[in-house]
Ligand binder design. Structure first.
Ligand code: NAP
Ligand code: ZN
Length: 353
């Protein structure tokens, strides 16, 4: 075991505290990563405020990790000391179920040892110990769950790609956003702004549906062709039957039926936003144009590498505001208030200072 510095929240809605945690010894297939940057995802907040269910406190969140390999296990073949790497939302899975074998480890159905994908934090590792995330100086991860960050991407703007980036890339890829497709992104926060950039780079015609027009200029700079405020109720009439695909990134409940009505025949509304409360769906909004309402969870390891390579090729990184560890509480409040442009990233050097 090695003791490393981390920031933890001791209870739901309690302020962060500097602490130490134990990281396991570097096993034969493990990589020890010195963390450089950790993104703040809204999922950290849903989890840390116990909105999604039971939490193993004290909690060290963080599943948008970018850093440099500091040590490798004897059997590691993919990575060497000094490599630039990332870790996203999972650090292991059963590796045996159909979904794991297909590279869709995020949908792991489990076996006797590992019942589901092992979350980077608030999970239980194969060693039976709680997992702890990227709000810390170092992490030890099996090489099969480590991603390579291309040289063209700086580590700070790459960190948010490990969750926000893949969470948008995967549905856009699966539902074939591309030339000739009309795609709407609902909510332009951490996930949404990367969705705009990625959908634009894929060649789709991109529309942002945001609460107001306050971020319109930014949206256009990210590649949006159209930008609407959802506070303008006429928008729902004007855009009725327009989109092939809508990706909803909103962290709160929305009137889903109204958004479904914006889809054309056979269109799909994909929820990646994950409010805790059940959402109501009027079935006639589905029946009326053979529409689908779907969900999507991050992406598998191969697809995450594909996304990083795609982003490097297209010059896509997150728009970030870098903060020190002493500002995590303030940043969480600002994310909840939709006051984020567009992802907070913690400089891991400040965990120790
Ligand atoms: P975020 O940065 O807070 O962005 C969410 C955006 O939604 C806000 O910027 C805001 O955009 C809009 N919004 C917030 N509250 C709203 C409200 N009451 N009504 C209408 N719009 C509202 O959060 P994020 O990190 O992108 O995460 C978004 C959601 O995705 C969270 O629920 C998170 O847990 C979930 N998530 C899911 C996955 C997955 O795999 N499915 C992965 C990561 C995160 P505008 O200001 O533009 O309206
Ligand atoms: Zn996340």
């Amino acid at each position: 075991m090695r003791t490393v510095t981390a920031y933890a929240t001791p209870a739901a809605k309690a302020p962060f505290e500097k602490t130490t945690i134990e990281r396991r010894d570097v096993g034969p297939h493990d990589v020890l990563i010195k963390i450089a940057f950790a993104g703040i995802c809204h999922s950290d907040i849903h989890t840390g405020r116990a909105e999604w269910g039971p939490v193993n406190f004290p909690l060290v969140p963080g599943h948008e990790i970018a850093g440099v390999v500091e040590e490798v296990g004897v059997d590691v073949t993919n990575y060497a000391v000094g490599d630039r790497v990332g870790v996203g939302c999972m650090v292991d899975s059963c590796r045996e179920c159909d979904n794991c074998r297909a590279g869709e480890q995020q949908y792991c159905t489990g076996n006797a040892d590992v019942p589901r994908m092992i979350g980077t934090y608030n999970g239980i590792g194969r060693d039976g110990r709680p997992t702890a995330g990227g709000y810390s100086t170092h992490i030890v991860v099996d090489e099969n769950y480590v991603l390579r960050i291309p040289d063209a991407l700086e580590l700070d703007v790459a960190a948010p790609l490990l969750c926000a980036g893949i969470t948008l890339f995967s549905p856009l890829n699966h539902w074939q956003a591309g030339p000739g497709k009309k795609v709407a992104i609902v909510g332009m926060g951490g996930l949404g702004h990367l969705g705009v950039k990625i959908a634009h780079a894929m060649g789709a015609e991109v529309t942002v549906l945001s609460q107001s027009l306050s971020k319109q200029e930014d949206g256009r700079r990210f590649g949006a062709d159209h930008y609407y405020a959802t506070s303008d109720r006429n928008m729902f009439k004007e855009l009725r039957g327009t989109f092939d695909l809508i990706v909803n990134t909103v962290s709160a409940s929305l009137p889903i039926g109204q958004y479904l009505s914006l889809l054309k025949l056979d269109g799909t509304l994909v929820n990646v936003g994950a409010p805790a409360e059940p959402q109501e769906v009027p079935v006639f909004a589905l029946i009326g144009a053979r529409r689908s309402w779907a969900g999507s969870n991050i992406g598998g390891i191969p697809e995450t590498q594909q996304m990083l390579d795609f982003c490097a090729e297209h010059g896509i990184g997150a728009e970030i505001e870098t903060i020190g560890a002493d500002r995590i509480d303030e940043a969480w409040d600002r994310v909840v208030g939709s006051d984020v442009r567009y992802r907070f990233v913690i400089d891991a050097a400040t965990f120790e200072s």
